[in-house]
Design a protein around this ligand. Structure first.
Ligand code: MF3
Ligand code: CO
Ligand code: CO
Length: 289
């Protein structure tokens, strides 16, 4: 639906009314407020806290899989949002993005040149698109955050390579995690892999500490940021890694909706995300179905 008839690039769509969440589902503290409270707790979690993040992460991961199975030509991103919303609330969880700093939907759906934070609307998926589905679930007081990029029907080789290599960039970032290392090593690992293919590596949107809060203040870069972001990984530390790679520039622009982030050159971009915990020997993924 909303695409430029000449370029085929996306244009702003229309967003449906806000979906309801049953009263008995606990909301995160920020819902109904302009911004979340500042997080003053620790990024290092206890085994009990990690179990709760894993449970929230499982709901998020299952919702992403469900949406991915339905990301076919002809479906709108609004329909995908509704599907995820119903799934999340049916698991007694709250869709963390709904009402986060005023964000109006339960998922982010970012198509083609949209880097992240695409708002579900009346845009219809078409063959050859890629769409990132980013879902965070809040369950029993804890958030789990994950995303995947899906191919819609058959996609060009160049674009499907980008998607495969972005998935691999996340895997390599996770493999670089170990106690005693600085978090900027994760970024260096991702960037050096992406540079082999000449991809742009988005810098201004990063991984983050997560748990009781959605974004704790801990920043995980996806590029070599040294000497910035020198936090040392410790056993029990929980954060996301969520690289965004592009076929062109790493520079971005935002739509007037205040959310949708696109590549400045409208090049195609992909992303994958997991929430992980640092272990004695490396990392454990907490957002598995
Ligand atoms: N899930 C996104 C992340 O990975 C954040 C989305 S915030 C929203 O950090 F408000 F845009 F939904
Ligand atoms: Co995240
Ligand atoms: Co996310």
């Amino acid at each position: 639906m909303p695409r430029d008839p000449v370029s085929g690039k996306l244009t702003i769509g229309s967003v449906s009314p806000r979906l309801a969440v049953p009263e008995n589902i606990t909301r995160p503290e920020y819902v109904g407020k302009q911004a979340p409270a500042k997080f003053n707790g620790s990024n290092i979690k206890t085994p009990e806290q990690i179990s709760k993040i894993r449970a929230a992460g499982k709901v998020a991961a299952q919702a992403i899989d469900l949406v991915g199975q339905n990301a076919k030509p002809g479906v709108t991103t609004d329909q995908l949002d509704k599907l995820a919303h119903e799934f999340i609330i049916s698991n007694s969880a709250y869709p963390s993005t709904l009402g986060y700093r005023g964000y109006p939907k339960s998922i982010c759906s970012s198509i083609n040149e949209v880097i992240c934070h695409g708002i579900p609307d009346d845009t219809t998926l078409v063959e050859g698109d890629i769409v990132n589905i980013d879902i965070t679930a809040f369950l029993d007081g804890y958030h789990g955050d994950s995303n995947q990029t899906f191919l819609v029907g058959e996609v060009s080789q160049e674009v499907s390579d980008l998607v495969d290599r972005t998935r691999e960039a996340l895997a390599r970032g996770i493999a670089s995690v170990a106690p005693g290392r600085e978090v900027n090593l994760i970024g260096r690992t991702i960037e050096s892999y992406a540079k082999r293919f000449g991809y742009g590596v988005v810098r201004d949107f990063t991984g983050h500490g997560i748990g009781e809060s959605f974004h704790s203040g801990l920043i995980i870069p996806h590029y070599d940021s040294a000497p910035q972001f020198a936090d040392v990984m410790e056993v029990g530390m929980v954060f996301t890694i969520e690289p965004m790679l592009t076929l062109g520039t790493h520079e971005w622009q935002m739509w007037s909706d205040g959310w949708t982030v696109l590549t400045k050159d409208k090049s195609i971009t992909a992303q994958f995300e997991h929430t992980i915990v640092v272990t004695e020997t490396g990392a454990e993924i907490l957002t598995l179905p």
